[in-house]
Design a protein around this ligand. Structure first.
Ligand SMILES: Nc1ncnc2c1ncn2[C@@H]1O[C@H](COP(=O)(O)OP(=O)(O)OP(=O)(O)O)[C@@H](O)[C@H]1O
Ligand SMILES: Cc1ncc(COP(=O)(O)O)c(N)n1
Length: 264
């Protein structure tokens, strides 16, 4: 069985973070293991609080899984602090983790901050250069290249500036754009590829970013190349948003359970 690792934060509400990642990996038939960086008290209404794990425990979790299991891909989500990013980068190099997908999570759908400001430089310098693919949303893309969030910048320009940070591929997600389509743009330094779906008219998009990045990691683990992995993941996230999960009173999460039975 193919194995994938998520290095991310726990969402007690079950919609994003580690919980979304493991559900997604399971839906693709990939064995998912997890290294927890932070525990959030969270639901569909927002993040009520969080604590980060000690550096020692993150380090130990990484050694535990990397010395025993056999990962064909991994993803990072909420990393919270510079120190955690540093230990993750060190272990990625030490164990030569392949097919690393870096989702540079900074802010939850609810607007709550999940990454310390000073950690942005660390993620750029230490983790992104190790990544096969990075998957920023529009705001994260702008922050990473030092642009103002209010500035209008094309997906092409964002992707080409981001590619200079050293990942092999950049996928800029256009979920937060307006318009009838949700367009994501993949760039490998040479070619731009657009992945387009009809925008689903819903506020229930909690966990979309986590789900997309773990779907990409799952498909890389299954042996698909990046273009095909993104294509399959975009199809998955679109269907999971359409199905929705009416479980809470705020921004509800996407539905993985429908996908387990209907994908393909
Ligand atoms: N309303 C929507 N309809 C269809 N696809 C969407 C919609 N919203 C987001 N997506 C898709 O979901 C994926 C995640 O994109 P998004 O830009 O929302 O990421 P994110 O900001 O990291 O996620 P989140 O909003 O959960 O924090 C992308 O493939 C995007 O195109
Ligand atoms: C623990 C945790 N990690 C990540 C996110 C962002 O989730 P998304 O961007 O997929 O909504 C979140 N809300 N909570």
């Amino acid at each position: 069985m193919k194995q994938a690792l998520t290095i991310a934060g726990s969402d007690s509400g079950g919609g994003a973070g580690i919980q979304a990642d493991l559900k997604t990996m399971t839906a693709f038939g990939v064995y998912g293991a997890s290294v927890i960086t932070a525990v959030t008290a969270q639901n569909t209404l927002g993040v009520q609080g969080f604590e980060t794990m000690s550096i020692d425990l993150v380090d130990k979790q990484l050694d535990s899984v990397l010395s025993d299991l056999n990962f064909s891909a991994a993803k990072t989500g909420m990393l919270a602090t510079s120190q955690i990013i540093k230990v993750v980068a060190k272990k990625v190099k030490e164990y030569q983790l392949e097919n690393l997908v870096v989702d540079p999570v900074m802010v939850a759908t609810s607007g709550d901050i999940l990454l310390a400001k000073e950690a942005i430089a660390t993620i750029k310098e230490e983790l992104i250069p190790l990544a096969k693919v990075i998957t920023p949303n529009l705001n994260e893309a702008k922050v990473l290249i030092g642009r103002d969030i209010a500035e209008e910048v094309s997906l092409e320009l964002l992707a080409s500036e981001l590619h200079k940070l050293g990942s092999e591929y950049v996928l800029v997600k256009g979920g937060h754009q307006v318009g009838e389509n949700a367009i994501d743009l993949l760039y490998d330094g040479v070619e731009f590829i657009e992945y387009t779906s009809k925008r689903v008219d819903t506020k229930d998009t909690h966990g979309t970013g986590c789900t997309l990045s773990s779907a990409i990691a799952s498909n890389l683990a299954l042996g698909y190349d990046v273009k095909e992995a993104v294509k399959r993941s975009k199809k998955y996230i679109t269907e999971a948003i359409k199905a929705g999960c009416n479980v809470g009173n705020g921004n509800n999460p996407v539905n993985h359970f429908a996908m387990v039975y209907s994908f393909e």
